[in-house]
Design a protein around this ligand. Sequence first.
Ligand code: PHE
Length: 463
Amino acid sequence: MATSEARRRSPQGSWTSRLAFILALSGAAVGLGNVWKFPYIAGENGGGAFVLVYLVCVFGVGLPIMMSEILIGRRGRRNPVATMGLLGEEESGNKNWYLVGLLGVGGSFIILSYYSVVAGWAVAYIFQGGSGAFSGASPEQIGDIFGGLTGNWVTSAFWHTLFMGMTVFVVVRGVVKGLERAVRTLMPVLLGLLLLLLGYSIVEGNFVEGLLFMFAPRFGDLTPTGVLTALGHAFFTLSVGMGAVMAYGAYVPDDVSIGTTSVIVVCMDTGIALITGLVIFPIVFANGLDPAEGPGLIFVTLPLAFGNIPGGTIVGTIFFLLLTFAAWTSAISLIEPVVAWINEHRGVSRRAAAIGVGAAIWALGLLSVLSFNVLADLNLGWGTYFDSADFLTSNITLPAGGFAIAVFAGWIMSRRSTAGELRLANPTAYRLWRFASRFVAPLAVILIFLNAIGVLAWLGLTG
Ligand code: PHE
């Protein structure tokens, strides 16, 4: 419960119901991470055993951090920077916790600058698929389509611009008329399309082989690096550690249960990732293609399959429409914390903030566009701008934010504050949450870090 009357509502407004919040948070969570990244990293890491570890990470580490992030957001009722400063002062007399909020806002800004470019490719593929470009195409031809899109900066920039425009269009309209209305339409459609594709895969794909690939654990295929990939992806896919969940948490009505909604959202995100795998792999197997294709799985391997299956043109178009919707609702959640911050901190109107922030992210995104052509040889430390931005956010700012949030909720905030905000009916559930927040989550992040800076490899623990 917020501590003072002035803190009962965020200046941005609030979700009109629990369902709206569930849809918004699921929309934030379900994105390129589920449809593009999860299937290919599962494919690269042997399938079943990876899926098992991923489930442990999502529920053991991701879920408690998501609860912490929502509870902090709702208690502060401001943008993530102001909220962290406010609660830091309140709980420990130290305002400097605002830096954690700033890390999140900065991270969201950078993630969107490359996320939007990949999302733009998805939009382009709706049209490619719809025009029958995949139909009967050879692997070389599909490679040329993808290469033509990423290699030509003007084309790629066009789709990136369109996607950023779509994102700003929604965010300008505010929490209820923009965000909530968008997720209320897009999320049910997304679910419907996914089930349609699942039905198709069951009937037309090699479903049994796909099922076995995803769920029969072959532990021999799982490396320690694979375990860490699963852990890192648990953060990314749930959108935690970035302030996005905190921003959405600020709009949650007081009577909504944080525990129950978090469990629903995590199940939804995980379910959608698993179903996506069950859509993709049976199609990949039925066409004798390689599940361990890597990042090109969706943009190269899958279109090849779409080109050779009955009804492939329509199935392919639906698939990329789904990918676009998933990315769109996530992009909205990435820009929202930045817009809320500029609006509340600088007193700029929400509309101007959304347009200004959108333009700035768009401009930075051009570096991502150029990373595949003109600036492909530019090395910013971890490869191109695109690769460096992905590495920096996925492996550094996201886990660091998650660590700080877990530590703040588990160690800095009083038991009274967290128990009062979570109001879990079951005392064991509270104890479990607190244990995970204090010990499991921070330790898990330390492992990701050690891996990222190569310490584990140096100790001979990872390959
Ligand atoms: N969870 C989103 C996805 O799976 C990505 C994301 C990360 C969105 C962090 C917001 C914040 O695609």
